[in-house]
Design a protein around this ligand. Sequence first.
Ligand code: AG3
Length: 284
Amino acid sequence: MIELFDEGLHSGLNLALEVGKVHYRDKTDHQDLMIFDHARFGRVMSLDGAVQTTENDEFIYHEMFAHVPILAHGSVEKVLIIGGGDGGAACQVLKHKNIEATLVDIDRTVIDLSIEYMPSVSDGAFDNPRLEVVVADGCQFVKDTADKWDVIIIDSTDPHGPGEVLYTEEFYGDCKTCLTDGGIIVTQNGVPFVQPDELRTSYDRLNDLFVDVSFFMATVPSYVGGPLAFGWATDNVALRKVSTGILAERYLDAKIETDYYSPEIHQASFVLPFYVQKILTAEE
Ligand code: AG3
């Protein structure tokens, strides 16, 4: 009997993955967690029934999440990651040798199991002295901290369950107070084709707080329904307009190797198709 993992994240649309060996299937203190093998995606981690990370396509998501804001900014010293317990975003951030990062995830079990079963995703990030790990509620953390970061990466689940609070105006506002001048917040904003309302809601909330709000996109095959949108919010309007030439210089200087990100893709990822633009401008 073949077992199918049936992702019911989007109503009326199910992603079915053939389940190979199951490595973990249990409740953590915060969510249902499953880790299993899939012939195409490699090892897959799901939380509350939604695919979070797969070994074979995580590079697309994490490279874009980290390198787009870091290389657009040009002089990042500190990055805050909210969520991202698999360590994939941290791994990409730490490729920049001068950057120190703080990772705040609510679920210690996600971190531990990612290290145990999907070590290639974090690739040693959790042993890197430039990473500080805090197991805490991200909302509370940004309220309480007096520190500031140049980039904040909100690597959350979708806005259901424990991740929901990471899409509120209050949380975005608290993040803003933790940003250095001209800092950038990037968010996981779902697949616009199947989650248009989530996109619009975040857009409106971020627009109340920041001068420049937009999205960049990348197709992550295990996130069903088309390209995923990453939110972009900053008070420095110049950062979204940095030329490909400058990005290319910064990319070379950083001496990082990537399999998806390139300065050209960086530029192109901000070009939004009309169907996405219309979600953002439609009369409510
Ligand atoms: N963050 C992205 C989750 C997106 C899930 N959406 C979906 N399956 N369509 C998860 C953590 C990755 N570091």
